[in-house]
Design a protein around this ligand. Structure first.
Ligand code: ADP
Length: 251
């Protein structure tokens, strides 16, 4: 579903991704862990077409991201191509970014109607179903300011799911929440990961959650994948000194 081939990314002198190679199977759930500044969020932002790459290739669902093939040659992608690629990907950020003047259910309906041209009836039906999935059926007519941070984040997750993305990206979705609200959001994501065929990547500092969520955990440091493996391998028997050092801070 996703292939990074020799991807480099720099901001000026700063090397953020250093010859990254990554292969993600359809339906796979990945947790990206590692120290701040190691390049995890940049990977999600590149996939979401919010950030370019400096060199290398990325293929998403059989098509080039950031490039397109024209007359047998790879060229920098047109806006139309990027738009098409972005359409298959949903991203949930640290900050919920709900539309403040729309209710919970309208927040989930609106993108379907505007972007997907879904009928109002269908959009409402799907929004109701997704509000149920994130445990907020009783809050459908509340505005964002009438919801807790955890509830707002659950609406944001439902809003992304409503677009039927092939890939879902979660960027530290609980790091802006009060501690007592973290679990309700992570539990929604745990359930989603278990029940859904969508390919999912999450950047997280919640190690217990990463263990439940992921089929594979990637430990990053300085723009490289230092170690990757099943959660039980990474968390119980990390091979690399840098992984052990990092994880020891969470015990
Ligand atoms: P992580 O998610 O692992 O904390 P990031 O991918 O957010 O790391 O960032 C990697 C590095 O790139 C950091 O040092 C960060 O400050 C830098 N960085 C990220 N975005 C930009 C940008 N737009 N301009 C300059 N530097 C950036």
């Amino acid at each position: 579903m996703i292939e990074f081939q020799n991807v480099h990314k720099s901001f000026g002198e700063l090397k953020v991704l250093d010859d990254l190679n990554l292969h993600v199977e359809p339906g796979e759930k990945l947790a990206l862990i590692g120290p701040s500044g190691s390049g995890k969020t940049t990977i999600l932002r590149i996939l979401m077409t919010l950030e370019t790459l400096s060199s290398g290739r990325i293929i998403v669902d059989g098509d080039y991201l950031w490039h397109e093939e024209k007359g047998g040659r790879l060229v920098v992608a047109s806006d139309a191509h990027l738009h098409k690629m972005r359409n298959g990907i949903g991203m949930v950020f640290q900050h919920f970014n709900l539309f403040p003047h729309l209710t919970a259910i309208q927040n989930i309906e609106q993108p379907q109607i505007l972007v997907r041209k879904t009928s109002k009836i269908e959009a409402r039906e799907k929004a109701m179903e997704l509000l149920g999935l994130v445990g907020l059926s009783d809050k459908q007519n509340h505005f964002p300011h009438e919801l807790s941070g955890g509830q707002q984040q659950r609406v944001a997750i439902a809003r992304s799911l409503a677009m039927d993305p092939k890939i879902m990206l979660f960027d530290e979705v609980t790091s802006a929440l009060d501690p007592e609200l973290v679990d309700e959001v992570l539990n929604v994501l745990r359930r989603l990961a278990a029940d859904s065929d969508t390919t999912m990547l999450t950047v997280t500092h919640e190690m217990h959650f990463a263990r439940d969520f992921a089929d594979r955990v990637l430990f990053f440091d300085k723009g490289k994948i230092v170690e990757a493996g099943k959660p039980e391998e990474i968390f119980t028997h990390p091979k690399e000194e840098r992984t052990r050092n990092f994880l020891s801070k969470f015990i």
